[in-house]
Design a protein around this ligand. Sequence first.
Ligand code: S3P
Length: 430
Amino acid sequence: MQPEESVVIRRVRTVHGMVRPPGDKSISHRYAMLAGIADGVTRLENFSTGADCASTLGCLRALGVDWERSQNQVVVHGRGGRLQAPKAALDCGNSGSTMRMLSGILAGQGFVSELKGDESLSRRPMARVIAPLESMGARIESNAGGRPPLRIRGGQLKGIGYKMPVASAQVKTSLLFAGLFADGETRIEEPVRTRDHGELALRAFGAEVAQAGNEVCIQGGQKLRAIEATIPGDISSAAFFLCAAGLFPGSQLTVAGLGMNPTRSVLLDLLIGMGVRISVTQLEQHHDELVGTVQVEGSELRGTTIQSPYTEMLIDEIPVLAAIAPYTANGIGIRDARELRVKESDRIAAVAANLRAMGAQVDEREDGLHIPGRQSLHGAELDSFGDHRIAMAFAVAALRAEGETRIRGANAAVISYPEFYDTLASVTQA
Ligand code: S3P
């Protein structure tokens, strides 16, 4: 599929079958980075198939980390803390996670490195990592307003106490990674608790991380040791199928190997509250990450309101929840979601534009949306805005729309879920 290629999605009758989502993107990035600076050989099964995590692997290779990949297995040969100075700018592609989290590691290295990204990433705010990493002792140059590319002069860092102004798991993880290389203790307080994959990954690799309330703390100078791990399925990718099943009363879907870390699984509670029947079996823990199989049965959907702290916990699922909102009985309100405007696209504007193109009434606000329920949508020409989650969210909305929906730039899905359209075709019945 070419980057600008479109897909056509038609109305279906129901959703039925089994989905095994790709390995979690957040965990794949973190495990790969920590494997690169650990002692020994790390073996990762079910590594994310998305292009974003391939960007992380590409950057690691350029930093002297050897790895081999065969399908979804990645074997990383750790360098034990010291990376190699890269010969050219590190290409983070579309991946904000790669740029922000890798910055934390590069801040503690004794060389200069440059991180660049694609057009979308080049617009995204990096001041949120630049400021605290500079106060730890790194020197970072950027474009105006803290935009990429970043030029990082790493060196000996010192631990800091930092109160994060914006809730961001990427920033928290970046500072924890930098804290590994710092003298003394790094203490981070977040405004609301965000996903804790960084903390759990550090512990899996043998580091001690203390956590209490919204505060996490790491001592510098800790050594990491390699692990063997199977990465849980990505709930943010599964979200498209969970919502698709929720759209059709009587649909039956099994999602196997699903990551259900409590800082990520709020979506399941939300959907249950909206009337979807969900049961969980085969619950296990891998390196403290919860994994299970869920059975989903659709029914008439009620609406809901999403606000802080749930907005932050559902941040990647909001596009698809908004896309199905018109089909609910009483609509969906989304508040405290200003961060959505600085994701891979302005997701508030993108959702509003596509819903309107499908004939929906939408109330767009600075920090969210209100989408009334009981609306009928029609097929339309939509745009992915180059954003993987917008493309997939509207493929789901199109399943119940009258007629045909064409999504331009649908190939953006490769960023997190290259198999998405094939999997969608395999579980939908016309
Ligand atoms: C992520 C955190 C979130 C999320 C992103 C992945 C992570 O971003 O939107 O897809 O892996 O930590 P922010 O940290 O910017 O909120």
